[in-house]
Structures are given as structure tokens and as C-alpha cells.
Design a protein around this ligand. Structure first.
Ligand code: ADP
Ligand code: MG
Length: 133
């Protein structure tokens, strides 16, 4: 699926729409400021998260309770290797929760095969291309 978002609220709406058929693991790739966290604000809302999603600048992992499990927001920007994510319980989390990973390239050796990828590209100041595969 390919989307062209014209502003942040459109990106959130796309995220919310994708949440209707959320994969267990969604990996979000793209430069800083491309809109990954913005997308996840809508995505989390679509999954039933009540809290607001923010850029976890100092946090690598944040868990939000939803119906029967959790929405887990992982931001791997600051990590060096996937062992750090394993140490946070990644393997126990996967398969029973909805997980979204920013900077998935840092942990590609532990991402499940069925991971769905979302690619974010900055077109200009307010335009973003979002491709979901
Ligand atoms: P990332 O998590 O990829 O680093 P953020 O979602 O934190 O990116 O930030 C995206 C920035 O780009 C925000 O400041 C937002 O206001 C701005 N922006 C401008 N246009 C868009 C758009 N169409 N979609 C998403 N963000 C946008
Ligand atoms: Mg971010």
C-alpha cells in the first residue's frame, strides 16, 4: 500500500486505518522527522490506546495496555545491538502483543519473519510518502 500524506494529521489517520488490520510486528523505517512516531499516534489510537504516544527520547520501550494484551512501542535509535532489546524481554513479548519498532535496522536479526514494514520518505516540508509492505 502506498500513501501520500499532506500533513501530520493525515499521517495519524493513515496509522489509525492500518491499525484495523494491525500485524503483530510493524517495523517503521525512515529518516528522523519522517513521521514514524506521528503515524504511531494514530496507530495506537486505532489499537485502543488511551495515552498519547511520544518520541521515547530516553526510553527504548514503552508498553500500553490494550484489550487483552499490550501495544509495545520500541525505539531502537539509541541502541547498539539487538541483545539490548532481548534483555528487555523482546522474545517473550513477541507473538502475543502488538509491537511497533522504530529504527528496526538495529535489530533486524531478531525481527520475526512475518514483520510488516512501513517506509517513510520526506517529500517536502509537509509531504510524506508512506509505503507499507
Ligand atoms: P520520526 O518519528 O520519524 O522521527 P516524528 O513523527 O517524530 O518523526 O516527526 C515528524 C515531524 O514532521 C513532526 O514535527 C511533524 O509535525 C512533521 N510533519 C510535517 N508534515 C508531516 C506529515 N505529513 N506527516 C508526519 N509528520 C509531518
Ligand atoms: Mg520517532
Amino acid at each position: 500500500m502506498k500513501f501520500l500524506s499532506q500533513n501530520p494529521s493525515e499521517t495519524k489517520k493513515i496509522g489509525e486505518k492500518i491499525a484495523k488490520k494491525a500485524p503483530l510486528v510493524l517495523a517503521l523505517k525512515g529518516d528522523l522527522g519522517a513521521g514514524k512516531t506521528t503515524f504511531l499516534q494514530g496507530y495506537a489510537k486505532g489499537l485502543g490506546v488511551k495515552e498519547r504516544i511520544t518520541s521515547p527520547t530516553f526510553l527504548i520501550l514503552k508498553k500500553f495496555p490494550i484489550k487483552n494484551n499490550y501495544f509495545v512501542h520500541l525505539d531502537c535509535y539509541r541502541i547498539q545491538k539487538s541483545e539490548e532489546i532481548i534483555a528487555l524481554g523482546f522474545k517473550e513479548m513477541v507473538n502475543k502483543n502488538f509491537i511497533a519498532v522504530e529504527w528496526p535496522e538495529k535489530i533486524k536479526n531478531i525481527l520475526p519473519e512475518k514483520t510488516v514494514f512501513a517506509f517513510f520518505k520526506i517529500i517536502d516540508r509537509n509531504k510524506r510518502e508512506i509505503i507499507i509492505i
